[in-house]
Every structure is written in C-alpha cells, then in structure tokens.
Design a protein around this ligand. Structure first.
Ligand SMILES: Cc1cc2nc3c(=O)[nH]c(=O)nc-3n(C[C@H](O)[C@H](O)[C@H](O)COP(=O)(O)O)c2cc1C
Length: 334
C-alpha cells in the first residue's frame, strides 16, 4: 500500500486517479476504477442532461460501493450547457468528490463546499494552482504538456511543473499527464506529488467504453503520434494523429478562425470514433503516454500492477542505490 496525504484525504486505497474523459468517463469504467481502490470520475457533460447524469451516478452505485466522483468541465462556450443544473444533480445525488476543470471553479465552489463535497481542481500551471488553493479547493491535479486534452499554452512538462507547484502549494498535488505505469507513479511521488492522474492509460483498459479499434490504435501508437490542434486559437488540445487532426493543423498553419475548422472538430465526429471505432471519423483525444501503453488489461489488474511495481521500484532499485552509496561512503572513510 502506498499511503499519501491524498489517499488519506479522499479515503481511497491507492494514489491513482482516473480523470474526467469526454465520452469515456461512464459508469462501467468509473466503477471498475473504484473497485480497484483508485479514484474514478464520471464525466458530467458526457451525459446529455443533468437527469441523465443522476441516472449514470445511480448506475455506477449499482456496480460499486467504493468512493467515486464526478468531473465538471467548465469551458467558455457560446451556448454553454446548464452547468448549475449539472452541479445540482451532483449535489442531489450525494456525490462527495468533484473534479473541476476548464476554468476557475470559484462560482461553483461555495455550492459544492456547502454540500460537504471535496473538490480537486485540474489545471495546467502553477499560477492557476495557487489561485485554486486560494479560493479553497482541497487538492489540485496539474496537467503537464504531455497530457491528453488541454495542456494550456505554457508548454511546461511535468518534470518541471510538478516540483515547481510542490514548492508553492500547501494542498495535495496530483501529477497528471504522461503517466501510464509504475515508473511514472514513483517519479511523480519523488517530484512532490501525492498521487497521479491518468487518462490515456485508463482509456485503454477492458472496462473502458471505447471501441476496440481505438484501444488497439493506442497500443500501436508511439509517443510521437499525437498532435496539437487549436494552437493558433490559444486553446491548445493534444489529440491523436490522424487524417482529421492533420487537416486541422494544415488549415491553422494558413491562418483561420474557429468557424473554418468547426466542421472537422465537431464533438459528434469525435464521439463516432469512440463509439464506432472509425479512427478517421473525427478528432480524438490521446496523450503522449500512449507510447508507454502496450496492453489492454482489466482496470483491477492495471492498478494492482502499478502499485506492486511502484513498491518494488522504491524498496528495490531505488533503495539499493541509497545503500550502495552508503556502502561506498563507508568504504571511502575506512
Ligand atoms: C479521451 C479523453 C477525453 C478527455 N476529456 C476530458 C474532459 O472532458 N475534461 C477534463 O477535465 N479532462 C479531460 N481529459 C483529460 C484527462 O482527464 C487527463 O487530465 C489527461 O488524460 C492526463 O493525461 P494522460 O492522458 O497523459 O494521462 C480527457 C482525456 C482523454 C484521453
């Protein structure tokens, strides 16, 4: 068992989180993550209405009695979804942990805190993490440049971002982006995090509700097979390389407005990739960590393997380095 401030605060066995994932964070995956002793998040906006979210929460509860949470991604939008109603569905369903992301959670925080909910805010920079701590979140999840989805515009990878954040923050930090195995988990703990968040790795498991073709493509892909879209719009997103993301980057390189690429990046097309396995139907989110993913295990097996291997690395390889150094020092003094 790896016990950290995060596992103690959130009442889970392992310092491993499955972050919100559009079209992926559904009951089957989240229940499997909860049953493994890690912390999974349903993705609120994957459900078409707040009522559907309440039903999905109930469906998850039928599959697990362990803690799980709901991700509420708040993005600026011309016609925003009814965020307050989704938030109320979360509160009314008795959820005790929420992952916020996308923008400052300050408007939602008092409502969530009044309901006794613990909030992990996911962000992409030290300054945003400090702001989140200031407004009262319980923990932050920090996405490095490697991550799937929105890495922000600073391009700072986790190796610098996590210790830089750890230097500034009091609340627990979850390292996110680029982590897919025990080595990443141990590295994140060494950098000052109290846990890790994984998206791509959990998307490629038996219980993940995406088409088998997507999982097999992740296994086949290397760390070089992602691309950054929306760079020119200052809303960067890391997605898998395919015909559509290449076309988007091509149009962007000639200068464009969002309207020029909207037909290519429509959410409905990305959903088709995940549901039908048509890999060039639209853009689909995946991180550089796909280069580390080489199998499609059940969630329970993945989490157990990560934790056991992490313990072995810490007590074996790393500990032996310390004792070898100590032995050398003794030898040098003799
Ligand atoms: C398919 C997919 C969809 C995602 N959708 C969301 C989302 O809706 N909201 C969110 O906060 N993060 C989203 N993410 C980001 C993940 O929660 C997580 O921060 C990220 O995947 C970490 O990087 P990794 O993939 O290298 O582990 C998504 C990731 C993936 C792979």
């Amino acid at each position: 068992m790896l016990t950290t401030r995060f596992t103690e605060m959130f009442g889970v066995d392992h310092p491993i989180v499955q972050g919100g994932m559009m079209w992926v964070g559904r009951a089957e995956l989240v229940a499997a993550v909860a049953n493994s002793g890690a912390l999974g998040f349903l993705t609120a906006l994957t459900q078409p209405t707040p009522e559907a979210l309440a039903k999905e929460i109930a469906r998850t509860r039928e599959m697990t009695d362990k803690p799980f949470g709901v991700n509420l991604t708040i993005l600026p939008s011309i016609s925003p979804p009814p965020y307050e109603e989704y938030r109320q569905a979360i509160i009314d369903s008795g959820i005790s942990i929420v992952e916020t992301a996308g923008s400052n959670p300050v408007d939602h925080l008092p409502h969530l805190k009044d309901a006794g909910i613990k909030v992990i805010h996911k962000c992409t920079s030290v300054r945003h993490a400090i702001k989140a701590q200031l407004v009262g979140v319980d923990a932050v999840s920090i996405d490095g440049f490697e991550c799937a989805g929105h890495p922000g515009e600073d391009d700072v990878p986790g190796l610098v971002l996590i210790p830089a954040a750890a230097r500034e923050l009091e609340i627990p930090i979850i390292a996110s982006g680029g982590i897919a195995d025990a080595r990443g988990l141990v590295a994140a703990l060494a950098l000052g995090a109290q846990g890790v968040n994984m998206g791509t790795r959990f998307m490629c498991t038996v219980e993940s509700p995406v088409a088998q073709e997507v999982k097999e493509q992740i296994v086949a892909n290397s760390e070089r097979d992602t691309t950054l879209i929306f760079r020119t719009l200052r809303n960067t997103a890391r997605v898998a390389k395919n015909a559509v993301s290449a076309e988007v980057v091509g149009i962007e390189s000639r200068g464009c407005e969002f309207d020029d690429i909207a037909h290519l990046v429509a959410g409905a097309r990305g959903r088709k990739v995940f549901e039908e396995g048509d890999l060039d139907a639209g853009i689909w989110t995946s991180g550089q960590s796909q280069g580390l993913v080489r199998d499609i295990p059940p969630v329970g097996e993945l989490v157990t393997r990560m934790v056991h291997e992490a313990e072995a690395i810490i007590t074996g390889r790393l500990a032996s380095m310390v004792s070898a150094t100590a032995a050398q020092a003794v030898g040098a003094r003799a």
